[in-house]
Write a protein that binds this ligand. Sequence first.
Ligand SMILES: [Zn+2]
Length: 114
Amino acid sequence: MSTVPPAPEHVALDHPEKGELTVFWTDGSARQYALADLRKACPCATCRDLRDQLSSTGGLTLLANESLDPSVEVIDMSTVGRYALQFTWKDGHNTGIYTYEFLYGEGRDLEAPS
Ligand SMILES: [Zn+2]
């Protein structure tokens, strides 16, 4: 078994109105992600600091409110080197780098339809 995570073969933003993103991986699996979850998990320094502040002041409510924000929408997407994806959100935020390793460990595994 290789310890290198597979890479996305195809990233589908086919249903932005549902707020979902599907990544098809080179190992043949497919995983679905809620855009709101990805936005909340944004790994950039700004969002990490914000989450730290929120968690120290009981920010779970704030995060829940944020997840209802309809502006959680991806307007652009690019690859970073060979290891990560970068999303541009509708509010212009685009400093989060989502590594393949992180993405592969998240999301909902989609069973191939039989
Ligand atoms: Zn961020």
